[in-house]
Design a protein around this ligand. Sequence first.
Ligand code: EPU
Length: 358
Amino acid sequence: MIERNKNLYGLNTFGMSAVADYYIKAASDDDVMKAIELSSELNLPLLVLSGGSNMLIVEDIHAVVLHMDTRGITVEGSDGSDTLVRVAAGEDWHKTVMWSIENGYAGMENLAYIPGRVGSSPVQNIGAYGVEARDVIESVDVIDICTGKKSTFMAGECRFAYRESIFKNEARGRYVITSVLFRLHSAEGYSLRLDYGNIKTELEKRGIENPTVADVADVVTCIRQSKLPEPSQIGNSGSFFKNPVISRSLYEKLIEILPDMPSYDVEGADDNHWKKVPAAFLIDRAGWKGYRRGNVGVHHNQALVLVHYGGGNGRDVLELCNDICRDVREKYGVEIYPEVNIIDAAFVERCAVGGKVK
Ligand code: EPU
């Protein structure tokens, strides 16, 4: 069903009120095609909405908003000890992780309790506790908004990087992701990834010596629940900023003034891309943690998370984001960038129009 002037409040985890010219909830690929046709007829861009958990809407949306609500988890076959499982884009991410555990598969457990839907997992290559979506993605099925054709991106073609993929860059706004094929492993004999953060400490606290995939998912869920605000209670989009990679010279300067600054090695490091440092640490040290300005603020438990207490708008959050970026740049010389998509007229403008190759 096509709805006009649809308020997207309730469909984005920041809880922002914004009106979309047209809105279609898609339960099938046919509905996706209908949305593409409508976008073509009206000559309006097509904006795909998934769980709304990685977006900050800052103004009304002059577009056809396609809300992916397709369902289905299907085992497609096995490949040695691995199993290939296809999941429709509209399935809830955490529900999918729990399905994999209940069915004896491993690979997704560290990614438990991440908000959002399966279709957005490849877009920003979601990640947590040492694992990223790319570690379990085999391929991604899409429909091209410009041509209406279906095609498949193999994982190697998705240009996955830390919180990045082709779908966020070169191919941004061009495709509707309809399903993701995951390569899951048999939980038996699988070596769990427990090195990141405090997973091991939490397992020890619980007296678990030989953890199962379910134990890991449970521990990750509890850690996330203790650190990150529940979107149903307080509007937010998880980590608002990406962790920056800094140069060797900047790292050496910073470690002098912030000797306890944590840092992580980066793949293919060179003098210009030397270490990844936690944006949360820099924002915290700059004094922003727990800061509140009107209806928006910085979460008191995790400086990476911007929050909306209700009654505010996307512009307020964006202004706060810009002030934090400026302050971190001035104090530490580090550029930090949002990982959340800022949905404004410029973003919508870059989305494809059905039937048109731009
Ligand atoms: N820290 C502070 N102050 C804070 C929070 C953290 O100083 O307010 C320090 C911590 O002490 C720690 C470091 O910063 O040494 C890193 O913190 P944390 O382990 O909480 O991880 P993160 O870098 O803040 C990343 C992801 C999260 C993911 C966790 C766990 C990004 C942008 N964020 O956070 O992802 O859950 O690691 O893997 O990479 C998300 O993308 O929405 C998200 C929550």
